[in-house]
Design a protein around this ligand. Sequence first.
Ligand code: SAH
Ligand code: SF4
Length: 358
Amino acid sequence: MPYLTAPEALGDLLEDEPSYRVDQLRKWLYETPVLTAEQMTNLPLGLRAQIASKLWPFVTEVEQRADGGATRKWLFRTPDGASIESVVMGYPRRTTLCISSQAGCAMGCTFCATGQFGFERHLEAGEIVAQVAYALAALRSDPMPNSPDRITNIVFMGMGEPLANMDRVEESLRRMIEVMKIGARSITVSTVGVVPGIRRLAATPWQVNLAISLHAADDELRTELVPLNRRYPIADLVAAAREYHDAKGRRVSIEWTLIDGRNDTADQAKKLAAIARRLRAHVNVINLNPTPLTDDRPAGRSSVERFMDALAAAGVNATLRDTRGQDIDAACGQLRVAQETTIELPTQAAATTQKGRT
Ligand code: SAH
Ligand code: SF4
């Protein structure tokens, strides 16, 4: 399958074809991606038929839309049955694609749907890159209502812990940046705190952005929410993030999912502010998207306001992110949970289409 193959190895798949066909195929796959072989107009019909079933390393099992078409979510299925989720979110001046790096996740964060589901397997570099190519092609054939048709930002914030799958994530970054010509500065890798992975990312030649999912500002609470904190406590994580900042000259961001009664307190806001100032980090606060498998609730409106005010008063740059696509379970791993357990989807407002692709 082409997407499981490095762009440089496409020639092996087109053994008897002249070399310019390899360039043509690479363009259709990596540079101006299309969804079907029929759209590869400069390839002979016979060749199109031959590769038609090999275009994507997965089938599209579900496509859901919300927010008037400005949020689209895909659940893909690989031939071995693994699930992959991607979400694209359109805003007036940017279009952000959220991609997965693993099927499931082994980190077990208590509030996260993916964490609750457990680890299935690592995604191959080709499976990571294919999510980007698929979204590019889908947006070209069916543009967003009021946002750029091209993808302006890519975030590794779907399923999985990217820095626990570093070999393949690094190769996927290479293909995106060096083959697809996507700017490294428009890509963000989000980690829950795999410290050696942060150091490895720092050693790559690319100016990729780093986001650290902190969620708690002292080790006691963080270990409850994020079990990996036992292995890499806050001080080590912050030191690695600081090194990343110094190595790349890029501002690191801190992700904070607000959970009612847990990390929405004045004490946590104060400790978070101290960490953010030390890192010169921007803080992205997102209120919890409730998942079916825990009792955790989002913070109430007044405590969200108090939390944001406390950060601002402490001189910290912070943004409250909207929870996009709640009616299609757009939070990390949620679509998959809804599909694979008997829990019902709240589908009232979401237009759901089922599509098969081979
Ligand atoms: N494993 C990486 C990247 C994927 S998770 C990481 O944790 O950073 C991406 C983001 O989604 C994380 O910041 C995580 O905290 C957030 N997230 C997970 N579950 C969520 C939920 N139920 N509601 C809101 N945000 C959630
Ligand atoms: Fe894994 Fe990130 Fe979810 Fe934690 S928040 S379980 S690291 S995907």
